[in-house]
Design a protein around this ligand. Structure first.
Ligand code: GRF
Length: 199
């Protein structure tokens, strides 16, 4: 049993999760990206479930069902989104209820959405950071599990700021995933023991 990681980008959070020794059983990407190479180099089964439409005609439910089908054979107990560029629909929450985590490059509820780093800079904020949270149907809105501040420095560009945030995410996300996984496993054992007792 282990973690299914969903990624769309450079995969540095995925690499940090792997380096932390966490049990990743599957990596899914929605577009060709470096995260697939990170998975391959680590010998983790990786699959491209390519999102072909970014327009109005995008069938989010059908795409989500494809992702769920791709995860299914890999004994996934926790799904970790690590820079995944598609907001998934209800079927993933049905398949993994309260078992999906995400990392976001801002201090939620401030600056949700895909442009969180640019938005924090444009707002003139002096501090931003990263948030690890449970994913819900509404993007970037689920219960917060961990947060860490990152100062915005004079002369920061979106790139320089995002890099400093990502350096923090790469420590905070694996640590938080480890705790969530341990809690899930404990809860699973407790409910199994309760079932045995009830016999
Ligand atoms: C992270 O900042 C994550 O919060 C955001 O996308 C970035 C992923 O970076 N959603 P990487 O692909 O793990 O390097």
């Amino acid at each position: 049993m282990g973690i299914g990681v969903l990624a769309s980008g450079s995969g540095t959070n995925l690499a940090a999760i792997l380096e932390a020794g966490l049990p990743v059983t599957s990596v899914i990407a929605d577009r060709p990206c470096r995260a697939l190479e990170v998975a391959a180099a680590a010998g983790v089964p990786a699959e491209l479930v390519e999102r072909r439409s970014f327009g109005l005609g995008f069938d989010r439910v059908a795409f989500t069902q494809q992702v769920v089908r791709a995860l299914a054979p890999h004994r996934v107990e926790l799904v970790a989104m690590a820079g995944f560029g598609t907001v998934l629909a209800q079927p993933i929450h049905d398949a993994y209820p309260e078992r999906i985590v995400n990392t976001h490059p801002a201090l939620l509820p401030a600056f949700p959405g895909w442009h969180a780093v640019e938005d924090a800079l444009a707002a003139g904020a002096q501090v931003t950071g990263c948030t690890v949270h449970l994913a819900t149907l509404e993007a970037d809105a689920g219960p917060i599990l961990a947060q860490q501040e990152v100062p915005i420095l004079e002369g920061d560009s979106p790139e320089s700021l995002h890099e400093r945030i990502k350096a923090v995410e790469r420590r905070l996300y694996p640590r938080t995933i480890e705790v969530v996984l341990a809690q899930l496993r404990e809860a699973g054992q407790a409910s199994m023991a309760a079932r045995v007792d009830a016999r």
